[in-house]
Design a protein around this ligand. Structure first.
Ligand SMILES: Cc1cc2nc3c(=O)[nH]c(=O)nc-3n(C[C@H](O)[C@H](O)[C@H](O)COP(=O)(O)OP(=O)(O)OC[C@H]3O[C@@H](n4cnc5c(N)ncnc54)[C@H](O)[C@@H]3O)c2cc1C
Length: 345
């Protein structure tokens, strides 16, 4: 049932006031066949944890609340999905399921593959959109198939290759409005020893916890501890996690930065390119913990913009542009927003 003039302030983790002109809670895929879906909605909403909402969202907002977690037998994935290998478990999950609850569900069953992505806010349906990632893993590694509603066509199943995943990127992000993700199939491992501890901080935390042979649950605990020490809880301090992407630049840009900042951190991408931590760039531009009225950067992690209370989307946008200018002036590097601005400029 469509409602009008619905306040979205409690439906986004920044806590920004924004009124949806029309709002539809999507609880059943059959609703997609109705008249409301003849044209593309203005916003497909999950948990609102990667959005920068302005005062109003003209048009239709569809809030994805599709539930369900089902274990599929071998060969149960639709055509186009990757094959299920021996020792794999395939889960079909509704687009509205809470991501962290799903990770906990897999850990309770001793499955591995999602443990590094514990505690990321959001829904399952949004997880492929920016190919959520953290601590050396990304969701594309465990996706077997993505079930979508394509406007103008209907239901389809996309293989991982068809999703064209990249760093915090996919075709869903590049083509907003074309697809609504109704569910995702995940391929997980039964072997508890196939954990990924390539990210240095995980090993440090596991050593502190005196764990020698980590299980997926141990890795999840290590990641939970690290995240809790670095990131603000959006329930108490509105935020959307990392506000900008880490910029990928040519090696020559890093070399120039190192003339004045010899210890500048970087991660190799290929022989000619490196990724620079955007939080470090903002910090060294003098803006870590900076505040302008109700908006600021988080004191422990400059990449996180926070709403100290009473901020609007326009306030956050203006402050984020100040941050972009400062980093460009200091290092000659452009920062691209990771969060989606709604409506677009
Ligand atoms: C404290 C905090 C920490 C975070 N840490 C991380 C992190 O470590 N790694 C990371 O990658 N992200 C992180 N994020 C960002 C965020 O959690 C993810 O991007 C998450 O996947 C967003 O899910 P959501 O349901 O809230 O999506 P929303 O914010 O509601 O939407 C985000 C985008 O996805 C689209 N979308 C949502 N659902 C669907 C659907 N079913 N079908 C089609 N499109 C859809 C929306 O239209 C929008 O473009 C963090 C955010 C916060 C607040």
């Amino acid at each position: 049932m469509i409602r009008h003039d619905v306040q979205l302030q409690k439906l986004n983790t920044f806590g920004l006031p924004s009124v949806a002109e029309s709002y539809l809670p999507l609880t059943d895929v059959s609703q997609l066949r109705g008249d409301a879906f003849k044209s593309t909605p203005a916003l497909v909403l999950g948990s609102g944890s990667n959005l920068l909402l302005r005062d109003s969202v003209p048009g239709l907002t569809v809030h994805v609340l599709l539930g369900g977690v089902e274990e599929l037998g071998p060969g149960g994935a639709d055509a186009g999905a990757k094959k299920v290998g021996k020792g794999d478990v395939l889960l079909r999950v509704g687009g509205g399921v809470d991501w962290n609850q799903l990770v906990r569900y897999t850990l309770d069953r001793g499955l591995s593959g999602m443990e590094n992505l514990v505690l990321i806010p959001g829904t399952v349906g949004a997880s492929p959109v920016q190919n959520i990632g953290a601590y050396g893993a990304e969701v594309a590694n465990v996706i077997a198939a993505v079930h979508v509603w394509e406007y103008g066509h209907g239901a389809r199943t996309l293989s991982p290759e068809a999703c064209d995943f990249g760093y915090r990127d996919s075709r869903f992000k590049r083509e907003p409005g074309r697809f609504l993700i109704t569910g995702v199939d995940f391929r997980l491992r039964k072997e508890a020893d196939s954990v990924n501890t390539t990210y240095g901080a995980i090993n440090t935390e596991l050593a502190r916890l005196q764990v020698e042979k980590p299980t997926p649950a141990d890795v999840a605990l290590a990641v939970t501890n690290i995240r809790r020490s670095k990131l603000p809880d959006w329930f108490f301090l509105g935020n959307s996690g990392s506000f900008f992407k880490n910029p990928v630049v040519e090696l020559s840009v890093l070399e120039k930065i190192r003339e004045t900042h010899p210890g500048a951190p970087s991660y190799a991408i290929d022989p000619a390119h490196v990724k620079l931590p955007a939080g470090w760039l903002i910090d060294r531009s003098g803006l870590k913990g900076a505040r302008e009225g109700p908006v600021g950067t988080y004191a422990k992690q400059a990449l996180v913009m926070v709403n100290h209370g009473g901020a609007t989307g326009a306030d956050i946008l203006a402050f984020s542009e100040r941050v972009q200018r400062a980093v460009r002036e200091k290092f000659g590097v452009g920062l691209e927003r990771e969060v989606r601005l709604v409506p677009e400029e």
